[in-house]
Write a protein that binds this ligand. Structure first.
Ligand SMILES: [Zn+2]
Length: 175
């Protein structure tokens, strides 16, 4: 059966989660910045197992698996919203849900470790892996969305260059 979203590939689990074009922006646009090459994940179970035995520290692995599971869950939810409620897939909206979920989870973990007082808890902020470009370099931030049914695609890109060399606060030579 063809994928109901792109209608161009068989709707396997691997396609729905990783290879359907709209999901690429979701995997890349969140804090783990996973760039999925089409066909590079032929089996979700073995890919997950590879993560587990990758040799990363256990806490890092657990956090990574938790994040991967959250991303997969929200991609699945978006796919179901598309099929059952005819809501177009929207990578930006899915990313916002993921960021919100992570921020809430991080806050709960900090609260459970008593590192934050409930009354002083800041509002959840979406986590970000973005960092400024090094001096003399530039970065291109981009995101894309695609709706097969409406035959519409959108791509946004923004070049960011650090023009000013970071200065030390005491480097003012006046006087
Ligand atoms: Zn598809």
């Amino acid at each position: 059966m063809l994928c109901p979203i792109c209608q161009s590939e068989i709707g396997t689990v691997e396609h729905l989660l990783f290879d359907c074009p709209w999901t690429k922006a979701v995997w890349f646009g969140n804090a783990i910045n996973l760039r999925v090459v089409k066909g590079s994940i032929p089996n979700v179970a073995s890919w997950t197992n590879d993560l587990i035995v990758s040799g990363l520290p256990k806490d890092v692995t657990m956090q990574l698996l938790s994040r991967v599971a959250t991303i997969g869950w929200y991609i699945w939810k978006s796919r179901n919203e598309f099929i059952f409620n005819h809501i177009p897939v929207d990578p930006s909206a899915t990313l916002q849900c993921i960021a919100h979920e992570w921020a809430e989870r991080d806050l709960l973990v900090r609260l459970s470790q008593n590192s934050v007082s409930p009354l002083e808890s800041p509002s959840p902020e979406p986590p970000s892996a973005w960092s400024p470009a090094a001096y003399g370099c530039f970065k291109i931030n981009c995101d894309a969305a695609f709706c097969h049914r409406a035959s519409k695609a959108a791509l946004a890109a923004k070049a960011v260059q650090r023009i000013h060399r970071p200065s030390r606060p005491d480097s003012n030579t006046n006087g």
